[in-house]
Ligand binder design. Structure first.
Ligand code: HEC
Length: 232
């Protein structure tokens, strides 16, 4: 077998496969084996609270219809928001899975092709150590952009209009419309709509100093000079 080139290639191929399994699966598993898996409740953070309260202010009628009114006492209200937030995260993830968003969007910034310049920090194993990543939402392909750093990148009303009809904001977008997440108009998201908005704002919000909440500098995209465009 070793006298022939194909035999050596076969062994090398299997060897590389085994090595990839070791470095990409076994090593991270050993590294994070003591890290407990976080529940949706434990995933609630300051950035996300900000977004959820923003939802309550932007869509007061829709928000009240789905969640009711927060208690007057500030301490109770904080607890109330956190409880609804955790539930919204769970439902949001269910909607994300059910609507097949993962067919077109990844949740994984790879350490290649300067992806971090476009989407922010390269994804780390610990970011997937939670209930909402069971099964992981790596996605199957990228028709649209990676979403793992989407939180805080755009406002809630941008997302609402975009989910209602992507083409309003992004000409010729192949992303489908999701009118069933609304009661007729983009400013009237229903329970699933509000949950999906919360979920999308959660993505990447665990990076305390990142990104759009703090000092993330977006790399400018190079565009062709006006003269060249006109000549085409
Ligand atoms: C058929 C493929 C497809 C599906 C399915 C799809 N998208 Fe998209 N999505 C795109 C494309 C392409 C873009 C970029 C153009 C645009 O902004 O509409 C995009 C853009 C986005 C953006 C804006 C990203 C940014 O900051 O520029 C968000 C957020 C998003 N999609 C979320 C979702 C969610 C949530 C779902 C499921 C409810 C979903 N998408 C389903 C293709 C898809």
């Amino acid at each position: 077998m070793f006298e022939r080139k194909s035999g050596i290639l076969l062994i090398a191929g299997l060897g590389f496969f085994a090595f990839a399994f070791l470095s990409n699966a076994v090593v991270p598993m050993l590294m994070y084996r003591h890290l407990p898996e976080k529940t949706a409740e434990q995933l609630v953070n300051g950035n996300l609270r900000y977004q959820f309260e923003d939802l309550a202010q932007r869509f007061p009628q829709a928000f009240e219809k789905v969640y009711g009114v927060p208690p007057a006492d500030p301490e109770q209200a904080a607890k109330w928001y956190d409880e609804h937030l955790a539930k919204a995260l769970r439902l949001g993830r269910t909607v994300y899975t059910a609507e097949g968003c993962w067919h077109c969007h990844s949740q994984f910034v790879r350490p290649v092709s300067n992806e971090d310049r476009r989407w922010g920090p390269v994804a780390k194993s610990w970011e997937y150590q939670n209930e909402l990543q069971r099964p992981v939402m790596f996605g199957t392909r990228r028709v649209g952009p990676d979403l793992s750093r989407e939180g805080g990148r755009r406002s809630n009303d941008w997302h609402a209009v975009h989910f209602f009809d992507p083409e309003t904001l992004s000409k010729d977008s192949p992303m489908p419309r999701y009118p069933w997440l609304f009661e007729g108009r983009p400013d009237k998201p229903n329970d699933r709509g509000l949950a999906l908005l919360t979920y999308v704002q959660w993505l990447g919000s665990w990076h305390e100093t990142y990104p759009y909440y703090e000092d993330y500098v977006v790399t400018p995209i190079k565009t062709a000079p006006a003269a060249e465009v006109a000549a085409e």
